[in-house]
Write a protein that binds this ligand. Structure first.
Ligand SMILES: *Cc1c(COP(=O)(O)O)cnc(C)c1O
Length: 350
């Protein structure tokens, strides 16, 4: 190895789901939204000439729009380039203790990647045999806590009371709840309002799933004004201009069209319920889902075999070659039509 190479920071990167180049596939592998963004987003105009100027580093238009949407103030909102950017900033800002950050063993696989890259000590806490997070496991000294609700890739939701109990037991570290899929859960599941009461709670959201804007890269966090200020200080020490001008305006237009948002989320939830019933009747075991995907296995069949065979038929699922979840497939909910084709495939495969 050349000397310079010895001094390279070597990291093991996160592996995102495949984005196949082939057309006419049924793509249910990365939890994208089948319905596309609100048509109003395409009408959001920005003066092309304005692109010669730097964007607003404070992302004021979108921060204010989100503050209004969540009935809060703009000093309590942080916007970033997808929630991946927001969470990475939060790791940098809040996880600086000698004590380990805690998260479940089965969860979003980006968390250990950020921790490793940033030299943050962490410990994974096993979920139980039914993939439930056990709250008492988090009643101990730690340098921070993070998990998604609903969890990924299990799709399982914990209640607000469950999170309140974790918050009561953890006043000394920052608790981050990653609500990437919360819009697909039953109403009243979000803890975003609890950020008023708990100054160490950060709630992270994304436009990638329920708002169908994965390609635009918009995410945000809501929390106590002090938390948000600390995050902005880190952001401005790293890259002031993270959000480009078009994404700011597209983001605003998306939030303004609440009717479209609610309608498409409802369609996906309805399709999910129908799909789960159908595949359960075929013998699949499906975890109770509060997300826009399901986590399912078929007893007696290798998930990887179903995965490979589906791919040959132009249907893409996500398979994790990982302890404890090797038997499962993660299937994104598409349109009714797409899910009917999945069911047809399962019928012929089985
Ligand atoms: C998709 C996802 C994210 C990241 O979404 P962005 O596209 O970066 O906004 C964050 N957390 C979880 C659990 C996710 O599934």
């Amino acid at each position: 190895m050349a000397y310079w190479e010895e001094n390279v920071r070597k990291v093991e990167p996160y592996v995102p789901g495949e984005q196949p180049k082939v057309k006419n596939i049924i793509k249910l592998n990365t939890n994208e939204n089948p319905y596309g963004p609100s048509p109003k987003v395409s009408k959001a105009v920005f003066d092309f000439d304005s692109l010669r100027k730097y964007p607003d580093p404070a992302v004021t238009l979108l921060v204010e729009k989100l503050a209004e949407y969540h009935n809060t103030t703009k000093d309590r909102v942080f916007v970033g380039v997808g929630s991946d950017d927001v969470i990475a900033m939060a790791f940098m800002t809040f996880f600086n203790s000698d004590k380990p950050v805690l998260f479940p063993d089965i969860t979003y696989s980006f968390y250990p990647v950020w921790a490793n890259m940033l030299g943050i000590k962490y410990e994974t806490i096993p979920v139980d045999k039914d993939f439930n997070i056990i709250k008492e496991d988090y009643y101990r000294e730690n340098g921070g806590i993070i998990f998604p609700n609903p969890n990924a890739p299990t799709s399982k939701l914990v209640s607000r009371d469950f999170i309140i109990d974790i918050l009561k037991a953890n006043k000394d570290s920052v608790v981050i709840i990653d609500e990437a899929y919360i819009d697909f859960a039953k109403e009243g599941s979000s803890i975003i309002d609890l950020t008023e009461e708990y100054e160490n709670l950060l709630c992270v959201r994304t436009f990638s799933k329920s708002r169908s804007l994965a390609g635009m890269r918009i995410g945000y966090a809501v929390g106590n004004a002090k938390l948000i200020k600390y995050m902005n200080d880190v952001k401005y020490s790293y890259n002031s201009y993270t959000m480009n001008t078009p994404s700011i305006l597209y983001g605003v237009a998306s939030v303004e069209d609440d009717a479209y948002f609610k309608e498409t989320v409802k369609k996906i939830v309805d399709t999910r319920e129908k799909f789960v019933k159908e595949i359960e009747s075929m013998g699949f075991i499906v975890l109770p889902s509060a997300a826009n995907f399901v986590f399912a296995k078929y007893p007696g069949r290798d998930a990887v075999d179903i995965f490979d065979e589906a791919k040959k038929n132009g249907i893409y699922f996500r398979y994790f070659d990982q302890d404890r979840i090797r038997d499962y497939l993660r299937i994104t909910i598409g349109t009714d039509e797409e899910m009917d084709k999945v069911i047809d495939f399962f019928k012929s495969y089985l």
